[in-house]
Ligand binder design. Structure first.
Ligand SMILES: *Cc1c(COP(=O)(O)O)cnc(C)c1O
Length: 375
């Protein structure tokens, strides 16, 4: 079977380097906020082209710490994309802020920048730009709105390591950005890890204090903080894996380009090719009107496709208070999306087999429902 993603296979090429890094930490005797964290923070900031990076425990905490540091008055509104993973929304509501949902652009799956302005009120403090599936949001109109209404823009770059927009890296497109290094992400640790990036020195100082009990000098606490430090062992592993991120993203782009040019199926809607070289291709997401049938067909042929995500946040039981909202584009996307296997360990043979299998489905499904009855 071609798995959607096999983490063991993904990390196999780096096993020796990872083992060495772990050994180095084990022998150092310094296990929390040590050299590896400092080094990774510096290297990740440099990679993103930004001045500050603060390592934290995970991606959700990275988002939450940004909102916590901004300290918006309770009840402030944050413009969020309705089409996202629930973590984006949790970061807003867990800080007592109100999510204001905006529909996506059906071609990019990211927030539709032209639907933001009508949702801005006197209580709006920020826009959360989620770069879903590895594609950066269309930032220019969002930058203009932020300037016009004096809003902060916060990036959820958890799926966009190495993606670019207008020549700038994700993580360097807004006031502050959150990254996750969850094992399945383009840059993945062997456990939970995350980071905040920003050019704002004041914000960086505050977040680096907040993640460590609100303390900068041991046993002196300036803020009501929390414990959300990036683990030293995970930082050491990230220092290894960062060396390979560009090559891995390059391979993802190569595979995405191949899928985009070779998959030809009247019912399969491919992702936009416009941003082929800017995307980080965290996921290769297509749409099919009969999703379950399509997934079953692929599975019967040894290809594991998955769904990101089956239920939009506003339709989750946890957010019952928002279930009345009418967000038809978001709901349609959640009903039709299918993520094909696309990751650095996919071989050319796997990719060719996926293409061939999908293209054959075109014939089968159409013959079955008689679309070609005129022939
Ligand atoms: C993975 C992810 C997060 C959360 O990251 P964790 O490290 O799992 O907390 C947030 N937003 C998006 C879009 C994600 O994909």
């Amino acid at each position: 079977m071609i798995p959607h993603l096999d983490l063991k296979q993904l990390n196999r090429p780096y096993q020796a380097e990872i083992a060495e890094a772990m050994q180095r930490v084990a022998e150092s005797g310094w296990y929390v906020l040590g050299k590896e964290v400092v080094s990774f923070e510096k290297r990740w900031a440099d990679y993103c082209g930004i001045s500050h990076c603060i390592g934290v425990a995970n991606g959700l905490n990275a988002l939450e710490l940004i909102f916590k540091a901004y300290d918006f008055p309770e009840g402030s509104e944050v413009i969020v994309p309705a089409n996202t993973y629930i973590a984006s929304i949790l970061s807003v509501t867990s800080l007592g802020l109100k999510p204001v949902w905006v529909e996506p652009d059906i071609d990019t799956y990211n927030i539709d920048p032209h639907k933001i302005e009508r949702m801005i009120t006197s209580k709006t403090k920020a826009v959360l730009a989620v770069h879903l599936y590895g594609k950066c949001c269309t930032m220019k109109p969002i930058w203009e709105l932020a300037q016009k209404y004096d809003l902060k823009i916060i990036e959820d770059a958890a799926q966009a390591h190495g993606a670019t927009y207008a020549g700038l890296k994700a993580g360097n497109l807004c006031d502050a950005a959150a990254f996750s290094f969850y094992p399945t992400k383009n840059l993945g640790a062997l456990g939970d890890a995350g980071a905040v990036t920003t050019n704002d020195a004041e914000l960086a100082r505050k977040i680096s204090s907040l993640r460590n009990y609100g303390s900068t000098i041991k046993y002196y606490n300036d803020h009501i903080g929390t414990n959300s430090r990036l683990d030293e062992l995970q930082a050491a592993i990230l220092n290894v894996k960062l060396n390979h991120l560009d090559a891995e993203n390059q391979r993802r782009r190569e595979l995405a380009g191949y899928f985009l040019s070779e998959i030809k199926h009247p019912d399969v809607v491919l992702p936009t090719a416009k941003t082929l070289y800017e995307d980080a291709w965290h996921l290769f997401v297509v749409r099919h009107p009969k999703r379950e049938q399509f997934i079953d067909y692929l599975m019967d042929n040894g290809i594991q496709a998955t769904v990101h995500y089956p239920v939009p946040p506003h339709k989750q039981r946890a957010y019952a208070e928002y279930s009345h909202l009418s967000l038809p584009i978001t709901e349609r996307i959640h009903n039709e999306v299918v993520s094909l296997p696309l990751n650095p360990s996919l071989t050319n043979e796997d990719a060719a087999y996926i293409v061939q299998t999908i293209n054959q489905f075109a014939f089968q499904s159409h013959a079955a429902v008689g679309y070609y009855s005129g022939l």
